[in-house]
Write a protein that binds this ligand. Structure first.
Ligand SMILES: *Cc1c(COP(=O)(O)O)cnc(C)c1O
Length: 396
């Protein structure tokens, strides 16, 4: 049987890149000048590739506002910054997730508090979120790990009850649906990564999206060095008359995406369904092998009947101690040092109830030791996938 593996990059991406280079506009502003390309009559009609990427994301998600940035981590930071939290506010994060997630919380001057997770899915649970709550809790970051659906409906109900904001981290979940609705559209803001391991990629890159214009505006200022590059018809604050400043109306980092990244990402988004069809075939192949190979100590995860899962990687349960999940941030030296010094990198004191000591989220640690995740990257052939299954099983 021929492997229907789509080429990771092809003519669509090449044409998109060539178009950017020919245009001479390598950033979303105006050529070698400074400012909006819409300021000059010659370019007034030409939307940047970043603009078009944002428009495509809003259409794909059905959300009114999106902002493209230079990495998934930057998108996480933009999302947190967009919520308008105060220094020292606590943000609940899953105990099992890439460190980029709590780092984004720290970057906003807030304090990550880890909630334990389900030991077989590594997703947040409403019960463990409840146990992580304090009177300074202001937000939750729900991570749809591996493309699995975090219990976002339950989390939103809690958030409305307590007055929290919710960020959905969809870096690993391009196309996962819950009750037919895309993840990313339940919370107050969502973020995606375009790094090369993800469903679609421009090497590095990220996108933030929201339904709320204030959340969008704060996130754009944070990501664009405080310059109000607002789109989607939102009013752009004008400099006061006589001002000799350049127009930084707030603090921000420069997390702008370049045009070459944006153009490639846009081309890749147009191929997402093609990639996801191939990923689904690879998932079906793993599930077939799981039923076919008797006597191996590997178990399928629970089903998610309410969801259509767009797997980033395919997790399986293996014997205790044979797992290989390495992303429990509080076990990293960076958090251990904060725990000893009792402060964040910005000098903010950690409240007594916040600790980053090993053992504090036992289900996460148990889960990490019994889960392996197989790549279902759309670039894999059937043969490569079967070889990786053989290698994984042989290693147990
Ligand atoms: C990849 C990833 C990020 C960070 O994205 P980068 O583009 O690598 O900065 C954040 N959250 C999750 C869940 C990720 O998988």
């Amino acid at each position: 049987m021929a492997d229907p593996t789509p080429p990771a990059f092809g003519q669509i991406e090449e044409a998109a890149l060539a178009e950017v280079l020919t245009s001479g506009q390598l950033w979303r502003g105006n050529g070698a000048g400074w400012g909006s390309r819409h300021d000059s009559a010659a370019d007034a009609a030409a939307d940047s590739a970043a603009d078009r990427l944002e428009d495509a994301f809003t259409q794909w998600l059905g959300l009114p506002y999106a902002h493209a940035v230079n990495s998934g981590t930057s998108a996480n930071e933009a999302a947190i910054a967009g919520l308008g939290l105060e220094p020292g506010d606590e943000v609940i994060c899953p105990a099992a997730c890439p460190a980029f997630v709590p780092f984004a919380v720290l970057a906003a001057g807030c304090i990550p508090v880890f909630a334990d997770v389900h030991p077989e899915t590594l997703l947040l649970t409403p019960d463990s979120i409840e146990r992580a709550v304090s009177d300074r809790t202001r937000a939750v970051v729900a991570v749809h790990l591996w493309g699995l659906p975090a219990p976002i409906v339950e989390i939103m109900a809690m958030a409305r009850r307590y007055g929290w904001k919710v960020v959905e981290d969809c870096a690993q979940a391009f196309g996962t649906l819950i009750g037919g609705r895309p993840v990313g559209t339940f919370g107050d803001a969502c973020c995606f990564s375009l790094q090369q391991s993800k469903h679609i990629t421009s090497g590095e890159g990220g996108v933030f999206a929201t339904a709320d214009p204030n959340t969008y505006s704060r996130a754009v200022l944070y990501s664009s060095a405080g310059v109000p590059h607002f789109r989607f018809g939102l009013p752009i604050p004008r400099k006061p008359p006589g001002s000799i400043g350049r127009g930084h109306i707030g603090f921000g980092h420069n997390h702008r995406i370049g045009e070459m990244q944006a153009a490639v990402a846009l081309a890749q988004l147009s191929r997402l369904d093609e990639f996801n069809r191939r990923r689904a075939e690879l998932v079906a192949l793993i599930e077939l092998e799981l039923t076919r190979r008797q006597g191996v100590p590997v178990r399928k995860l629970q089903d998610f009947p309410e969801a259509s899962v767009s797997y980033w990687r395919y997790p399986v349960i293996v014997p205790a101690g044979r797992g290989s999940f390495q992303e429990i941030p509080y076990l990293e030296p960076a958090f251990q040092r904060m725990d000893v010094e009792r402060r964040t990198p910005f000098g903010l004191p950690l409240p007594k109830h916040v600790t980053y000591s090993p053992g504090s989220c036992p289900q996460a640690e148990r889960g990490a030791a019994q889960i392996r995740a197989l790549s279902v990257h759309h670039g894999l052939t059937d043969g490569e996938l079967l070889a990786s299954i053989d290698a994984t099983w042989a290693d147990l």
